[in-house]
Design a protein around this ligand. Structure first.
Ligand SMILES: Cc1ncc(COP(=O)(O)O)c(C=O)c1O
Length: 406
């Protein structure tokens, strides 16, 4: 969550604070804090987006074999050759994009590092980054850490929860200007479940071309889609191959959020800068897990069909349970979260509501305000993750029925 600067407590001999202004401008992650609270109160964790079921056996085996074969030292800093080639082959197959694995891919410690490395590689003080809100919590601090100024554009919730969240074209255009360096786009979207349509992406494309801006697209939920929704990569749109940094990773598609393997794909000039930043940030992602990544990315199409089908069943298990408990639910078309309206409960705000859920009801959710630059926009919202087993979801549903309605 982004917050206003406040004076640091410890003074330096110079009289200046010891804590950097950048670090003072944001709080620790509310999502990760909710996980700690879930541990503390023994609550079911529907806050943080990690699966509580096993990863595919073949990729676990590949990781075990890589360690047994002593793939235990640094990989090439920008990624093991096998994984980079697998990424290029998969992007060709699924997106029709020709990517040079030697010059256009940087493997990082998760898509989280790919995003901050990309921002650090392209931004100077005073540059502006356009970010849709609600946004995945990291983007706000990412923009601050990179020295850029975020310009937030609201995704408006639909009046009918079965409809889509939408941006206002005039509001988006107004956020672009001569200082705009890039727009961050996350589709399928966390937390709203929105999957951006071709028409919406075309509108964004036109603005990027007009203002000479880049698009940084976080596509880590690309295979988790429902109701016939189709994922479209920004880099495939006319004129965007050169203007897009495509970010993806293993965490969500292969249920291995703890492995910390992700990547950024961009033209050689951009990649060169991203690789330098990445090298000095982390040197490299875990070597044996990159080898397992090459196996994962070569899984047959049926794997991805099975993934989407299983997630649809989980979504359709939690949606009615939340409704029955008194939540108004926004129906996601992609990703594995349900954003809800908590107006039907008698609580002053989302934070006190989330505290009640985790302490008294035994279910951790994320207060909506943590996804907004202006907390009031999320004060009636809470997000639930459904990347969990049926047993976990059913027990959460049972507990949620105890929440008192207004
Ligand atoms: C939109 C989005 N991007 C990135 C991440 C983190 O991905 P990784 O584990 O690859 O760092 C998450 C995790 O929840 C996410 O929702």
């Amino acid at each position: 969550m982004v917050r206003k600067p406040r004076p640091a407590t410890l003074p330096h001999a110079s009289g200046k604070p010891l804590i950097s202004e950048k670090a003072e401008r944001f709080t620790e992650s509310v999502i990760r804090d909710m996980t700690r609270q879930a541990h503390l109160y023994g609550a079911i964790n529907l806050a943080q987006g990690f699966p509580d079921f096993p990863a595919p056996a073949e990729i676990k085996r590949a990781a075990q074999e890589a360690i047994a074969a002593d793939v235990n030292q640094y990989a090439i800093t920008w990624g093991a050759k096998s994984l980079r080639h697998a990424i290029a082959a998969k992007m060709k197959k699924w997106q029709g994009l020709e990517i040079d694995p030697e010059a256009e891919i940087t493997v990082c410690c998760g898509s989280t590092e790919a995003m901050i490395a990309s921002l650090l590689a392209i931004t100077n003080a005073g540059d502006e980054i356009v970010v849709f809100e609600p946004f995945y919590e990291n983007y706000g601090p990412d923009a601050i850490l990179s020295g850029a100024r975020p310009r937030f554009v609201t995704l408006h919730p639909p009046a009918d929860p079965a409809e889509e969240w939408r941006f206002d074209e005039r509001e988006l255009r107004a956020a672009f200007g001569p200082r705009t360096k890039a727009i961050i786009l996350n589709t399928p979207n966390n937390p709203t479940g929105k999957v951006f349509t071709r028409a919406e992406l075309e509108f964004i494309r036109e603005l990027c071309v007009e203002f000479g801006a880049l698009a940084i697209t976080d596509e880590i939920y690309e295979h988790i889609l429902y109701d016939g929704a189709r994922h479209l990569s920004m880099a495939t749109l006319h004129g965007m191959r050169e203007r897009t940094i495509t970010i993806n990773g293993m965490s969500k598609t292969y249920s291995v959020t703890g492995w910390r393997v992700g990547w950024a794909v961009a033209t050689p000039v951009l990649t060169n800068a991203i690789r330098k930043v990445h090298d000095f940030l982390t040197v490299g992602a875990p070597a044996p897990l990159q080898e397992a990544g090459a196996t994962a990315l070569s899984l047959p199409d049926s794997y991805y069909e099975g993934l989407a089908t299983a997630y649809r069943a989980r979504r359709d298990r939690l949606l009615p349970a939340l409704r029955q408990a008194g939540f108004k639910t926004f129906v996601p078309r992609g990703a594995y979260y349900i954003m809800t309206d908590i107006g039907g409960f008698d609580f002053p705000d989302d934070v006190s509501f989330a505290q009640h859920l985790v302490k008294d009801i035994g279910v951790a959710a994320v207060p909506g305000s943590s996804f907004y630059s202006r907390p009031e926009l999320g004060a009636r919202q809470a997000r639930f993750a459904f990347c969990k087993t049926d047993a976990t979801l059913d027990e959460a549903a049972r507990r949620l029925r105890q929440v008192k309605k207004a």
